[in-house]
Design a protein around this ligand. Sequence first.
Ligand SMILES: [Zn+2]
Length: 293
Amino acid sequence: MVVGIITGTGVMSVFGDSVNVAGYARSSDGADGDEGHFLECARERVLETPFGVVRLFEGLIGGRGVVVVPRHGPGHNVPPHRVPYRALVWVLRKVGVTRAFGVSAVGAVNGAMKPGDLVVADQLVDFTKCRGYTFYEGSPVVHVDMTYPYCPQMRSALIEAASGISLRDRRIYVRGSYFATEGPRYETRDEIRVFRLLGADMVGMTGSPEAVLCREAGICYSLLAVVTNPAAGLSGALLDHKDVTRRVHGASSVIKELLREAVSRVPAGDDSCVCPAPLYRRTFDEYILNSEC
Ligand SMILES: [Zn+2]
């Protein structure tokens, strides 16, 4: 079993850029500084998929196989609405991933959530508009269950990992509804007001269709959200992407430590889960992953 990690805005750089993904900066006091390794025995690969070329980083954490895929490309040059989500998820299955974590920057709609806090999402509302939402464009017609979009075992791995490390001055929320928007622009004040009325806790641009495609591919998936700012209109300040990346960098050592802990807590069995993902894996492998068409 191989664990996948899909990294997002500002998050790739917490691992080091490109081939330096193995760079894992952590000193004894938890602050960035000393060079260590996020992935042991890391190597970079480039794989072709029916949906585009993907660069990924393979290695080990505590003896367990881990694959890191930067969502926006190693140089962060792919905007959220152009991310090749199907290519990323397809390639994860190709290299044997059955369980994956996503890491995403979000704006807080819930007033209790502050910049720097972490959220293990438990629901997803999709307001994106023009993406590749499914692997199943023809036969067979497949309707995956998305009642609970995130795998409970993978959510537990993140939550338990957080209880086992020092989060320093940040909190972790074990529930939160993620509202996905198209981007790359940020939301308007009144869009955020509407989202708040609808029950949003956070807003981001990459949560969909990533979770949907992982379900279709039979990958148990959960999302660790990193709060980078109050959402539009909630702080009096305008939004600036530099603030988003700065916040993620500020949380980098905690994110890395939490992910390493979480990987070690992922259950070993590929199919030992109550979420529906494993039910869809065989169909995906037969008709999508190994299809000649
Ligand atoms: Zn699961």
